[in-house]
Design a protein around this ligand. Structure first.
Ligand SMILES: Cc1cc2nc3c(=O)[nH]c(=O)nc-3n(C[C@H](O)[C@H](O)[C@H](O)COP(=O)(O)O)c2cc1C
Ligand code: SF4
Ligand code: SF4
Length: 253
């Protein structure tokens, strides 16, 4: 259950813009919660709220709006957010290349570093990938939820209007996927460190697995598959607060 405290709310709409599932909408100038829409409990709404006016029953009040850590590493980790609103211009190529080069310092099984990066660069090309994916889904009846989101709500959870898609490609084999995911997670933090917005492209990843024609359109080399997709761009949104996260599920023996 979530509550928006009307007495604190200044009706700025920031929570509504941040909500990835459209559970929040603006009605008569005020945010409204739609209980029938899915909630990811991502807390993006609370992380965006300038008034700290959003409360989740499941969250203890003393944990709800914690201070931003002063430590720069903790700041990067807690303030890294999945960005889904991007400016139309792509980030500088050199900045993207820098993050991928620095991610070479990530650990790698037997130090093999098999990850290959495929970069779809520029808004037009990323939009093209999205359109191709939707067309193929329709033609081949694959992942109908993606098509339904596009048709009913004009919602793009596949590329989120990004301006660069980074695909971490892995060869078949023991640790290829693990290595690629570690490299992508490292690259993501580095990108956010230099102000580039990122969001993991789970839909993109699954569509590439399900649609050979999409792999062909992107020229993914034989013997390789997409192990991780990062949707990137210059953020068109700024999060203010650290969102609540549950404690780790740990069993000590
Ligand atoms: C493997 C993975 C796949 C994801 N796929 C998508 C996706 O396809 N579309 C999307 O909008 N967000 C996607 N996300 C983002 C998650 O929804 C997000 O990480 C989560 O809600 C927590 O928010 P935060 O990253 O801002 O902390 C994905 C995240 C991960 C780790
Ligand atoms: S927690 Fe996430 S999905 Fe749920 S209402 Fe807030 S922004 Fe939307
Ligand atoms: S972000 Fe906060 S202040 Fe703005 S509309 Fe949402 S609840 Fe109200």
């Amino acid at each position: 259950m979530m509550t928006i405290y009307a007495e604190k709310c200044i009706r700025c709409g920031a929570c509504v813009s941040a909500c990835p599932t459209r559970r929040l909408t603006m009605e008569n100038g005020a945010p409204v919660v739609h209980a029938n829409q899915r909630c990811l409990t991502c807390m993006h709404c609370a992380a965006m709220c300038p008034q700290k006016a959003i409360h989740f029953d499941a969250v203890p009040s003393y944990e709800e709006y914690i201070d931003t850590p002063e430590d720069t590493v903790l700041q990067l980790i807690t303030m890294r957010r999945s960005i889904r609103r991007f400016k139309p211009e792509a980030p500088e190529r050199d900045d993207l290349a820098w993050a991928l080069d620095m991610a070479q310092w990530a650990p790698s099984a037997k130090n093999l570093r098999p990850t290959q990066w495929l970069v779809v660069y520029g808004k037009d090309k990323c939009d093209d990938v999205y359109r191709t994916a939707i067309r193929l889904c329709q033609e081949q009846n694959v992942m109908p939820d993606v098509v339904a989101q596009q048709k009913a709500e004009n919602r793009n959870s596949v590329t989120c209007g990004c301006t660069t898609i980074l695909l971490a490609l892995a060869p078949e084999g023991e640790w290829g996927d693990t290595d690629a995911v570690i490299a992508a997670a490292t690259a993501e933090l580095l990108l956010q460190h230099i102000g580039i917005g990122t969001c993991w492209g789970g839909y993109m990843h699954r569509l590439l697995a399900a649609l050979p024609d999409l792999r062909e359109a992107l020229n993914i080399p034989e013997g390789c598959h997409c192990a991780a997709a990062l949707l990137c761009g210059i953020p068109d949104e700024t999060y203010r607060n650290v969102p609540w996260r549950p404690k780790a599920n740990v069993e000590w023996r």
